[in-house]
Ligand binder design. Structure first.
Ligand code: ZN
Length: 291
């Protein structure tokens, strides 16, 4: 059984969710940022748990909205065991580079949004293999090189940000493309890999449980493709954002149009920057290859 805690990041419901697994040992899938630790603790209390009841923290990836609180949680509960991809592990132990990269994307808004990122002692950090607890670990790069999905025996997938987000109880599908290391072909291959697993449900941090797995993954694929075509085709930031707003109004619910502008951190401008960066780097790499 898994339970979902809404940490109400930035006071907004439906932005960051943490799944709590009971068996074989109590575990969290991701933990959210340090700024919403109080929301996480309150959520745990709401289901009759204390942080000290949790044995494992399984990280889908190390972005601050998923893993930022790991250091703070281990400080409060030193027995907590943190499981992370081998590429992510050094940055959980020493978050200096992570903080620099976050500052580049978020500037001065980073602190108020996410709080600090504190180091996790290396003795608490475990590198993920192909299984952890009773879950399969499937690499799903694209949103982040080091991202993994956890899949339980019933075929329920916890894919982190590998599939699109539905913010604030809306229905507008938003791929989290603002990250500095997105890789479009790898992302599409990860969607293929998730589809091959014939998952019964998706449980996503932004936000909740998705029963229509195929539809959700295909919507992610279509949006990624359209964003890629737009940016690769030369659209500037304003044109891109305008196209996104149009799609949101046409395909989303009234709730999307209402909630999206109030969300703490996703924005079409940031998505543009992430996608643009991928195509610029890809072009540069192709040029270097020709030279
Ligand atoms: Zn992420």
């Amino acid at each position: 059984m898994a339970r979902l805690i809404d940490v109400e990041h930035g006071g907004v419901p439906g932005v960051i969710g943490i799944f709590v697994l009971d068996a074989p040992e109590p575990a969290l899938i991701d933990c959210g940022p340090t700024s919403s630790v109080d929301g996480l603790i309150a959520g745990l209390a709401g289901i009759g748990l204390d942080l000290s009841d949790i044995r494992h923290l399984l990280l889908t990836h190390i972005h601050p909205d998923h893993a930022g609180a790991a250091g703070e949680l281990v400080r409060r509960h030193p027995e907590l065991q943190v499981h992370v991809h081998d590429v992510g592990a050094p940055h959980v132990i020493d978050p200096t580079r992570l903080l620099k990269s976050a500052a580049r994307i978020y500037g001065e808004t980073f602190g108020p949004l996410f709080g600090s990122i504190d180091p996790v002692p290396s003795e608490n950090v475990h590198v993920l293999g192909s299984r952890v607890l009773d879950l399969d670990v499937l690499p799903v790069p694209g949103h982040a090189y080091h991202q993994v999905a956890f899949i339980d025996a019933d075929g329920v997938g916890y894919p982190g940000d590998a599939v699109g987000c539905l913010w604030g109880e809306g229905d507008f599908l938003y791929p989290a493309a603002a990250a500095p290391e997105i890789n479009m072909p790898a992302w599409h291959e990860s969607l293929d890999a998730l589809q091959e697993r014939k998952l019964t449900k998706l449980r996503i941090p932004h936000f909740g449980e998705i029963s229509e797995v195929e539809r959700h993954i295909e919507r992610t694929r279509a949006r990624l493709r359209s964003w890629g075509d737009l940016v690769d085709g030369g659209a500037d930031e304003a044109t891109f954002a305008e196209a996104c707003w149009r799609a949101l109004r046409e395909e989303g619910t009234p709730r999307d149009a209402e909630v999206f502008p109030t969300l703490p951190f996703p924005s079409f401008e940031m998505s543009y920057a992430g996608v643009r960066r991928y195509y610029d780097k890809a072009r540069e790499a192709a040029r270097d290859g020709d030279a």
